[in-house]
Design a binder for this molecule. Structure first.
Ligand code: ADP
Ligand code: MG
Length: 342
């Protein structure tokens, strides 16, 4: 039972607790590192994991890198290069901004970062383990950043014990990387699991290409690409399937807001409404839709894992999307799946 003396927690415990909120599993590490790579303007990202990411995670990018003077700053809590003012905070366009990922990872694992900017003749390598700086050296490196994370949760046995099997952890990571590949068709993304290449996209900028690579299919003839303004502050981009592409589950449905993956049952059901007369019930259409909206018209901040969003004007957004897809489908002159009775 507790006693009645209230005192502040030890700083080390506070650090572990807050790190544990950001980093729950190997997949959270991959997510944070890949998001950093995307934010750095990378056009090519390689992700390699071993044993479900529990033993080894590497993310390499060709982005802007970190200037020597900031390499250690990046690992401190609440340090970020992504926002400065309150106005920036309202208009966030990057994945990160909280400045917590590197601080959290380095509190619960061993992290080695090698980074080089294009204007420097050399790179910097830093190694930090359980918050202790083990190394900071100049190294030869390519432009960009490589982060290797090992020994995840070694100091937190309880957390380590509750990780799922290697297979389950790596399947979470695969799902996550598939979504990122789909959301970022202009980025070459290569994923290696236990020394085997799982997939590689080519950065063609076309989501159709990514879909065919990821699902190892040729869906080209059934896909309709879409890039349409819906109003002055919102547009949609992506592909939708015609009614020759039907699935028994929602596995071919992805929604993004400003390139960020979300799950939103209301948007999904509005899109499915548009298909209602073309697809028999019990079947599900394909859509991969990125909703591009002025950042101040949407709050992606309502949930820490950023899967849910709130629109300033949600009814209008939902109806604009449904009507647009309806009119595209109607113009295709597909045969409606309705029985005409005399
Ligand atoms: P946040 O992404 O919220 O800013 P992080 O802890 O993830 O916080 O990263 C801290 C800072 O380190 C970033 O703001 C960025 O300046 C820098 N950084 C991290 N990863 C990379 C990367 N792969 N390439 C370039 N800069 C990076
Ligand atoms: Mg980040």
């Amino acid at each position: 039972m507790q006693d009645n003396i209230i005192k502040k927690l030890d700083d080390n415990i506070i650090k572990l607790i807050s790190a544990g909120e950001v980093i729950e599993s190997p997949c959270s590490v991959v997510k944070e590192l890949v998001e950093n790579s995307i934010d750095s303007g990378a056009t090519s990202i390689v992700v390699e994991i071993k044993n479900g990411g529990k033993d080894y995670i590497r993310v390499t990018d060709n982005g802007i890198g970190i200037d020597e003077q900031y390499v250690l700053e990046a690992f401190k809590k609440h340090t970020t290069s992504k926002i400065t003012t309150f106005d920036d905070f309202i208009n966030i366009t990057t994945n990160g901004f909280r400045g917590e990922a590197l601080a959290s990872i380095s509190a619960v694992a061993k992290i080695s970062m090698t980074t080089k900017t294009s204007y420097s003749n050399y790179g910097m390598n830093v190694v930090i383990s359980s918050d202790k700086l083990l190394e900071k050296t100049k190294v030869g490196a390519k432009d960009g950043t490589t982060v290797i994370v090992e020994d995840l949760f070694n100091d937190i046995p309880a957390r380590k014990k509750f990780l799922k099997t290697d297979r389950a952890e790596s399947s979470k990571i695969s799902d996550f990387l598939i979504r990122y590949a789909l959301a970022n068709p202009s980025i070459k993304l290569k994923y290696i699991n236990n020394s085997k290449q799982v997939f590689q996209t080519y950065g063609t900028g076309k989501i159709e290409d990514v879909i065919n690579i990821i699902f190892a299919e040729d869906y080209y003839s059934g896909m309709i690409s879409l890039e349409e303004p819906l109003s002055e502050y919102i547009s949609v981009k992506g592909v939708i399937g015609n009614n020759s592409l039907m699935f028994s589950s929602r596995k071919m449905q992805y929604i993004f807001i400003n390139g960020r993956i979300i799950k939103d049952k209301t948007i999904t059901s509005h899109i499915e409404n548009a298909y209602r007369k073309y697809i028999p019930s019990g079947n599900f259409p394909m859509f991969f839709i990125n909703i591009i909206i002025k950042p101040d018209m949407v709050d992606v901040n309502i949930h820490p894992n950023k899967l849910e969003v709130k629109f300033a004007d949600e009814k209008t957004v939902y109806n604009l999307i449904e009507n647009k897809i309806s009119s595209i489908l109607d113009n295709l002159s597909m045969i409606p799946d309705i029985k005409i009775s005399k």
